[in-house]
Design a protein around this ligand. Structure first.
Ligand SMILES: Cc1cc2nc3c(=O)[nH]c(=O)nc-3n(C[C@H](O)[C@H](O)[C@H](O)COP(=O)(O)OP(=O)(O)OC[C@H]3O[C@@H](n4cnc5c(N)ncnc54)[C@H](O)[C@@H]3O)c2cc1C
Length: 399
């Protein structure tokens, strides 16, 4: 890959100088010049108003895969530090790194990245890249894409993993496009092919009717987003030591296309934490109409559970989208999952079949949900659910 500025076209406007997070563009004789500090992140290309920055990508066959080494996890930062999905990715990343006999690295961006990196050491990586700047305090597509693309181009990891979260689903495709490599979205399994040393990325495809195993043979890094709650998270390792690499960056706010003015939280959404729920009571199309979800809520309240839903009930506006369980909703792993009036389509099962105990209530004895259920009740949910609620109230009330 090569990047240069066409001196015949450059007007010396300096927009690229301001846009470069690695301070790799300088002015000389009134024209912009790219210095050796360039990481080939490409952040300058789109800001040039006269297309004077020429970015040449190599042909596919020129990618030398042996130049690339190491497994990287792109960390996601929540309000309480590293998000759970990052711990899960580090757990899987450690396995992959051991299979490849290579190092595991974590990348953390933020306004307190140094502090987070110190804490992240106990999550088990060999190296932590800490990129700290006030401009990175909150996730913004452009700044994060520039910084991570630059780091990847410079250090050449062979595998890069992101959470299949809102942030990861936004960021990973941008980076894949920028650095011209493949990306497999929404993986549910990752393993190394021992003969070819390739990352085999497993994900449901065609509406969950087939399981696809995907490889990235000609490009590097091999990149994947991974669904939260499907990989085993690493246990905290207080004695673990890792190298922390502080990456200097600088930003000019005026050259960043997006600015966060305010964050409006949906308080109700915040109260529905399906992914961490111990007990979930879910309703499907068998509920017949939105008002009937009241009996699901009553049972959930009695059990101290969270309310889940199948996709048609969300699509029809019976219940808010953050209740949806399944392939295009949340993946859940509760101790108890009660499915009421849900047929058990493969896309629903993709999100809940990992529950420790599944109870299904359905009038149709042939409903596929009974194939995964540990306890099945063939009956009308409008009789069974209120009866269950009453029993739970009596039992729990008497304790
Ligand atoms: C790309 C793609 C992604 C998808 N992602 C998801 C997803 O994330 N989550 C998801 O859920 N779906 C998803 N779907 C939709 C999925 O294919 C099914 O259509 C859906 O799961 C069916 O929802 P359901 O079980 O509520 O409805 P139905 O299949 O209509 O089942 C309703 C059930 O209720 C039972 N019933 C009716 N009346 C009663 C009663 N009185 N008492 C007891 N039982 C009763 C019926 O016997 C039936 O089994 C996706 C589909 C596609 C193509």
């Amino acid at each position: 890959m090569n990047i240069y500025i066409d001196a015949e076209i450059c007007t010396g406007c300096q927009l690229c100088v301001k846009a470069c997070p690695y301070s790799a563009i300088e002015m000389a004789d009134g024209l912009a010049t790219i210095t050796e500090a360039c990481t080939l992140c490409g952040g300058c290309v789109s800001v040039c108003p006269v297309d004077a920055i020429i970015w040449e990508a190599p042909a596919v066959e020129e990618v030398d895969t042996s130049d690339y080494q190491g497994v990287w996890v792109i960390g996601e930062v929540g309000e309480d530090g590293l998000a759970g999905v990052t711990w899960e990715l580090l757990g899987k990343g450690r396995e992959l790194a051991e299979d490849l006999d290579t190092e595991l690295s974590l990348v953390v961006l933020g306004d307190k990245a140094g502090e987070l990196a110190q804490k992240a050491v106990q999550s088990g990586p060999d190296r932590v890249f800490a990129v700290e700047d006030a401009a990175l305090a909150r996730y913004r597509t452009g700044t994060y894409t520039d910084v991570i693309s630059g780091l990847i181009n410079k250090h050449k990891p062979e595998i890069v993993l992101f959470g299949a979260t809102e942030q990861g689903r936004d960021l990973a495709p941008r980076i894949a496009t920028r650095i011209e490599t493949g990306l497999t979205a929404d993986c549910t399994g990752l393993e190394i092919d021992p003969e070819e040393r390739l990352l085999v990325q497993t994900r449901p495809a065609f509406g969950g009717n087939i399981i696809a195993r995907i490889i990235t043979r000609n490009h590097r890094p091999q990149m994947a987003t991974v669904r939260p709650r499907v990989m085993q998270r690493l246990q905290s390792q207080p004695e673990h030591a890792a190298e922390i690499i502080e990456v200097p960056v600088s930003f000019d706010e005026d050259s960043i296309m997006t600015r966060i003015i305010d964050i409006a939280r949906d308080e109700a959404a915040g109260q529905v934490n399906l992914q961490d729920a111990e007990i979930i009571v879910s309703g499907g199309r068998g509920m017949k109409k939105p008002e009937n979800f009241a009996i699901i809520r009553e049972l959930a309240d009695a059990l101290g559970a969270v309310v889940g839903a199948s996709r048609p009930t969300v699509d029809d506006g019976w219940i808010a989208p953050y209740h949806q369980v399944g392939q295009t909703g949340s993946t859940v792993q509760p101790r108890l999952y009660i499915a009421c009036g849900i047929s058990g389509a493969v896309q629903h099962l993709a999100g809940m079949s990992g529950a420790d105990c599944i109870v299904a209530i359905n009038t149709d004895p042939a409903a596929p949900i009974f194939e995964v259920a540990h306890y099945g009740i063939v009956g009308d949910l409008f009789e069974v659910v209120p009866a269950l609620t009453e029993i739970v109230r009596e039992e729990l009330g008497s304790r």
